[in-house]
Design a protein around this ligand. Sequence first.
Ligand code: M6R
Length: 614
Amino acid sequence: MCGIVGYVGARSAQDVVIEGLRRMEYRGYDSAGIALVADGTLAVDKRAGKLANLEKAIDERALPASTIGIGHTRWATHGAPTDVNAHPHLGSHGRLAVVHNGIIENFAALRDRIEDEGITVVSETDTEIAAHLLELQLESGEDLTTAMQRVCSRLEGAFTLVAVDAQDPDRVVAARRNSPLVVGLGEGENFLGSDVAAFIEHTREALELGQDQVVTITREGVEVTGFDGSPAEGKQYHVDWDLSAAEKDGHDWFMRKEIFEQPRAVADSLLGRMGADGLLQLDEVRLSDDELRDIDKIIIIACGTSFYAGMVAKYAIEHWCRIPVEVELASEFRYRDPILNYSTLVVAISQSGETADTLQAIRHARVQKSKVLAICNTNGSTIPRESDAVIYTHAGPEIGVASTKGFLTQLVACYLLALYLAQVKGTRYGDEIHQIVRQLEAMPAHIQDVLDRADEVYALAREYVDATSVLFLGRHAGYPVALEGALKLKELAYLHAEGFAAGELKHGPIALVDEGLPVLCVVPSRGRDQLHDKMVSGIQEVRARGARTLCLAEVGDTAIEPYADVLFRLPKVPTLLQPLVATVPLQLFACELATAKGHDVDQPRNLAKSVTVE
Ligand code: M6R
């Protein structure tokens, strides 16, 4: 949700913090703020709106030189995005500054106690309560580390807190519970960030923290404890991507850059999956083959785009492994009392690995004794850490709020999972598995072929800059693609867009069809003739009612020609793998349409990249 940065070292803390916030801004961009420790006081500035507003304010009124500081970019939960509610928040004597990601659930009770002590709370945030509590501890004579331990023990909810004390120019102290925080390890300097992008230009050595831990960074080192003060240890790791991966590389948007990275991302996702023994292998498996053979039901849980990847996975797993699969929104999962046991495999799909709805769902599953396998793009994030097995998607950092390469690589991971289960359970012969892996290995070239014709899609998208509604139709594995196409358009172009299973149209949604309504149709490959023909019938039905049909169909599909007002050709691939190519034009369409409308494609209104609150 929010992005957090902390620094202590020898460089200008202002530069390090602002640069870190720039890379964290995708996490939230309602307001931004900074606090530096200089000459025994705190220098603070914070502004509603994007980081640019804060930078402008600092340009006009310079902050003092400092080598220690914290910063924050916010996605509002408590209180509107105003200057007052922006972080950092200060204690009432201006000694302590804190930034926060998450929600402090018992803040109302804590606020009453603070007000009873005569302290005036000036913002509407839960964070300010933590600031007052921390400052009270400091004023009772404790150092910032001890103050943080004490205060965190009293907080309920999910939070990352990062704080500085005006009277202690040598340490930044942070804490986490169910909210992301990583440490960047430097020479004579150390960093804190919501993710490694915050400090990737300075160091690629990072330290992963556990739950309920407090970390103190100084110029000399890093110390980790539990909330109770007991010594603890983080897990050090090397980040396998660098600064260039976090830059736009000449594109106008991160999203566009990430769309064009997909051939490489999909290829990377497939790398090293086949062992010397000719068998598929996953990244981390803490499950035996026997345990996997006992699996008799799979439940896939995820949110948003990741949920649509899960829908595609259902088709692949059921077809290749003959195991029943349910796909469920993570936010609904634990509230319906799902039937789970040791022979249920729960698959959690999450690009960020920090989505609170998904995290809570896997925790519920584990309490019910189910095994959990994560499909995730973010090394060291919470969801894979709390899972029994992991397939990393290896897409590299995804900065655009709208998921693109994250989705395609999730699809690859889902196919690999299905094939891995087929291998372990023996539901497919080895040569069949190898053949599908070879088809997957051909996908980067097919995706590149679609990208090479991006201009066709751009021209089409610009025609619809004044559209008020767009429908998307698909069937089978094309149905989740239709849903994903609609989601992309909603979140980026802010227009009414809906995806439907084409067969459902006649049961109601066809009433939406009006003269000139654009309907994007994902036509299945012809190998499944019945499916293909039924889709063509659906397209005829909407066209007969005045819709303008914009069809994605494979090369050589002539049956669609009479019914397509616009035809974009897809490479010829198996139906089950078609989402890997059919999604790409829909991503390009949404990106270009939103650009033509003058929207901020990387930071759409009201959204945040990583949703760490339920
Ligand atoms: O990080 P996750 O994959 O768990 O995120 C899930 C959704 O929040 C995410 O896919 C969201 O729907 C994207 N903005 C879609 O583009």
